[in-house]
Design a binder for this molecule. Sequence first.
Ligand SMILES: Cc1cc2nc3c(=O)[nH]c(=O)nc-3n(C[C@H](O)[C@H](O)[C@H](O)COP(=O)(O)O)c2cc1C
Length: 355
Amino acid sequence: MARTDNLQVAQDNWIGCLTYQSTATKIPDATELQSLARQARARNRSVGVTGMLLFEEGRFLQTLEGPPEGLEAIWSSVARDQRHSEIEVLSKHMAPARLFTGWDMFLSSNVSRIPDPVGGQFDLPPAVAEHVRKAVQMSLDGDDIGLNALMAALAEQGWTSDAVLSLLIEPAARALGDAWLADDCTELDLTIAISMLQMAGHAVRYETAPQGIRSSRYSILLATAPGEPHMLGTALLADQFTDAGWQVEMAFPDTEEALLNQLGAQKPDAVDIGLSDALFRQQSLDRLRSAVEHSRLVPANHPTVVSVGGRLFAEAAATAASVGADHARMTVAGASIRMAELVRKSRRENSRRGR
Ligand SMILES: Cc1cc2nc3c(=O)[nH]c(=O)nc-3n(C[C@H](O)[C@H](O)[C@H](O)COP(=O)(O)O)c2cc1C
């Protein structure tokens, strides 16, 4: 198991920051997850550790930050906890400032949508929310210089690529959607602002991806849902999958038929079909369900893993099961890692069936 030894070489006032992902050995229900987070908060607070815990489809993603001794104490408990396995450290570094100031454990999960009186997991940590507010304003003002400067400042503070995507760009897209719904901006303002976020998001690259994750030989078709004009998630996925070594094709089809034509020609290992990251698009669910169902049939004799995404899934209003997909992403962050696992699993099952 990876250890945090190099975190001991601390500069004055710098803090250690560790991010890992793991698989739950048993799926926790909302009560178990909240009790885990509550205990974690109490102990983290006692040793000056802050962070976030994301639980999605049987997987944990956690960032822990704090003084090296405190972080080491928590990590040595977490690493031998039997409630999860396949623990993979994604990043481990020293940072000049905390990301989760004031948050002993920020919990985000689609199974625990019950308000938690202690945690309040619906809100972003205040320092993060302030960055989101700035990003929204700058993208509405068309201030690309300001946005780029913000991205550079966050990278300098030690924000990981996943943190920028899931804690800044995606929340900013949802806030822009809310601004449009509240009539605070026009549809054109919204579309331009989303493409500003998309440009800023291109600055996020996965240079620090662990070796091995980069050398994937899998192929994926990244498509917007038929007729969907917002392409933020699809564009951000393209950077991530390319950096992870996937063969990437993109499609922005107007109709289901156009999507299926491209799938039939390309026969990728996986397809991701994205709805808007800013707006809910409930009215598109039936069409998406049909696109998912037919996507499975088109590349005959070639199993294709189907994933879906967009605000509707990020806020757990809809699930993978409700549209017949293999996976619904709550965030773009870490998507290539999860998809590689699903493709591997589908290939294993397929070769077992063929035997
Ligand atoms: C995914 C996951 C994340 C956890 N995160 C924390 C945490 O941030 N802080 C914490 O004190 N315990 C956390 N725990 C619980 C610890 O693993 C452990 O049960 C607890 O700290 C008690 O430590 P001990 O068993 O060494 O006494 C987590 C457990 C799991 C499964």
